[in-house]
Design a protein around this ligand. Structure first.
Ligand code: FES
Ligand SMILES: [Fe+2]
Length: 424
């Protein structure tokens, strides 16, 4: 669907002065993690700009009347399915005085009614009725020139790919498939283009700028160093076959590994790569009980879609993560754990069990929840300094033979610089 967003007065972010270091995406000025002016400019250029954003899963709005609320950056959004089966995206802001119209995460209704003065909207966002429009006993009410059709919930463009509903404020954003690129689209379909079943959701506040999480999920360098559980129990190690694939514009990435290549490796058996925990055993080995769901040997993958979407498939733990900026140093991270319709009860149990690896209280991902805050705190007050991101080279290219690289992190900054218009 493609609809014209309605005209409204744009709130212009304050001017920002930032000269990017001459090394380009291999350096990131720490100022971008704590500067309020840059944060405001991102809301305009990225979250209201020519970028597609995750809104929700199509399965969450399957039936007529289904409603899901979400965000694009700081802007609250509603996704609905109307009686004719069409999807709509719109800003969750009443056309009267701006109150939130939908208050629940999920709902099913025939129409949308604002609780403040009861203005009522169709599921496509058109205004249907205004309380006391004709006043009471002939007194009060709206002026004669009041026209219902001139007021509605602000629509946004939406498109669906592999069961995911994306939205954008911008008419300049290319069609979604073009925005994603061929390889991103193909891998997204591999993991997500199946009838999906939501197994559970949760969210957590992380105390860092949203871009530190965007970096962290592209940072294949840290995965086996910070997350010692991965290496100890051979879920993901850098000596497994694997690689990094960057999209054509470098904004999105896929990191993957093949567990069986390690287990089958004779050299590995002789020259084991030790971890701090080597020799540890799990009391509950069923945590890692898994089956091969695909025929490409990939057993661990993290896919990012610029700016704030992540799809993980670790063993059989499939999850969508998306993160929402909640201020310059605060981010809300949402997790949706998934299975496929048609999974056996045993397979579903394995997916739920493996879900314990990640999430707010997971064995692995809690480390990411705090490491980003360490960077937020460590860089505080160092606006004139920058990070050093040269592992695996200085450019942002795919590397299908090694994941000892920060190429995908550089890819993110490449996209960020481009869209923010920061000159070197
Ligand atoms: S703010 Fe919604 S009806 Fe008044
Ligand atoms: Fe991590």
């Amino acid at each position: 669907m493609h609809v014209q967003p309605s005209c409204e007065t744009a709130v212009v972010a304050p001017p920002v002065s930032l000269r990017w270091p001459k090394e380009g995406a291999a350096r990131v000025p720490y100022k971008v993690f704590s500067d309020a002016g840059i944060y405001a400019l991102e809301q305009q250029k990225i979250f209201r700009g020519p970028v597609w954003h995750y809104l929700c899963l199509e399965t969450e709005v399957n039936k007529p009347g289904d409603i899901r609320t979400t965000w694009i950056g700081e802007t609250p959004i509603i996704v609905t399915r109307d009686e004719e089966g069409r999807l709509h995206g719109m800003v969750n802001r009443c056309a009267h005085k701006g109150a939130l119209v939908c208050l629940k995460n999920k709902d099913n209704k025939k129409s949308l009614t604002c609780v403040y003065h009861a203005w009522n909207y169709n599921l496509d966002g058109r205004l249907r009725g205004v309380a006391f429009r004709n006043g009471v006993r002939g007194k009060g009410g709206m002026p004669e020139d009041f026209d219902l059709s001139q007021h509605r919930l602000q629509p946004i463009r939406t498109e669906v790919m592999a069961g995911i509903v994306f939205g954008t404020f911008s008419d300049e954003a290319p069609p979604l498939e073009e925005y994603l690129g061929d390889r991103t689209t193909a891998f997204l379909k591999r993991n997500m283009d199946h009838p999906l079943k939501v197994l559970g959701t949760h969210s957590q506040i992380i105390h860092n700028n949203w871009k530190l999480y965007a970096e962290n999920v592209r940072d294949s360098y840290h995965a086996t160093l910070l997350h010692t559980f991965y290496t100890t129990f051979k879920v993901n190690r850098l000596d497994m076959d694997g690689g990094i694939i960057l999209s054509d514009r470098k904004w999105h990435h896929i990191s993957y590994s093949k567990r069986a290549t390690l287990e089958a490796s004779a050299e590995y058996m002789q020259a084991q790569v030790h971890s701090a925990q080597y020799g540890s055993e799990l009391d509950g080995p069923e945590l890692l009980k898994a089956w091969d769901g695909f025929d490409d040997q990939i057993t661990h993958s993290i896919q990012t879609i610029f700016p704030t979407l992540v799809i993980q498939l670790t063993l059989n733990s499939l999850a969508v993560r998306f993160f929402v900026p909640r201020g310059v140093d605060k981010t809300e991270l949402y997790w949706v754990f998934l299975g496929y319709e048609g999974d056996t009860p045993e397979q579903e149990k394995m997916r739920v069990m493996q879900g314990n690896l990640t999430g707010a209280a997971g064995l692995v991902a809690l480390e990411d929840g705090c490491i980003n805050a360490f960077v937020q705190r460590g860089t505080h007050g160092s606006d004139d300094k920058a990070s050093f991101i040269e592992m695996g080279g200085k450019t942002a290219e795919s590397n299908e033979s090694s994941r000892a690289t920060e190429a995908a992190v550089r890819g993110f900054w490449h996209g960020y610089k481009e869209i923010m218009g920061f000159e070197q």
